[in-house]
Design a protein around this ligand. Structure first.
Ligand code: IMP
Ligand code: MG
Length: 172
């Protein structure tokens, strides 16, 4: 068992998510979007975020596996479940739990770009900015955090702890 300490509380998360939703609503005024959740980590964030986005949308889900150990992604990404519909000419908003090295999202974004969407933007809840090993544009970011392994609110350690309603760090 890990010894959990709150890094970002439920209230802080929900407050920031409302702000992000308002900003996204404004930016996509009179447009339709496809909100693409990267499973499994992005699921909690996506379901809360879409409640605050007031433009016509479809929700899509993608499952990718990025090989690596339980702490780090390798950047070698395999698509296990793809979107159900083509995105040609569509505005795609990718919703991710966390960006670390940036490799996973860069890979996903490149694949999706080849499908000729009208636009692709990224919305991440957490961003370990200092850890970036590749450049990837992030249009919406909830919180910048340091180089700590965090869990909860969709984020896992060995697939556990995703259900915790706040972001926690291990203080063992
Ligand atoms: P990147 O490819 O290095 O940007 O890694 C992104 C992925 O690594 C995320 O989608 C998470 O699945 C995982 N990850 C990175 N940092 C953490 C963390 O602190 N806690 C849980 N998962 C993390
Ligand atoms: Mg993960």
């Amino acid at each position: 068992m890990l010894k959990l300490e709150t890094l970002i509380s439920e209230d802080e998360l929900q407050q920031r998510i409302r702000e992000l939703g308002a900003q996204i609503t404004k930016d996509y005024e009179n447009k339709e979007i496809i909100v693409l959740c990267i499973l499994k980590g992005g699921v909690m964030f996506m379901t809360d975020l879409v409640k605050h986005i007031h433009v016509p949308m479809k929700m899509e889900f993608m499952v990718v596996s990025s090989y690596g150990d339980e702490y780090k992604s390798s950047g070698v990404v395999k698509i296990l479940k793809d979107l159900d519909e083509p995105i040609e000419g569509k505005n795609v908003l990718i919703v991710e739990d966390i960006i670390d090295s940036g490799r996973t999202l860069k890979y996903i974004k490149n694949i999706l770009k080849e499908r000729n969407p009208e636009s692709i933007k990224i919305c991440t809840l957490l961003d370990k900015v200092e850890q970036r090993e590749t450049t990837v544009d992030v249009e919406y970011s909830g919180f910048t955090i340091g180089n700590e392994f965090v869990i909860g609110y969709g984020l896992d350690y060995k697939q556990y702890y995703r259900n915790i309603p706040y972001i926690a760090v291990n203080r063992e």
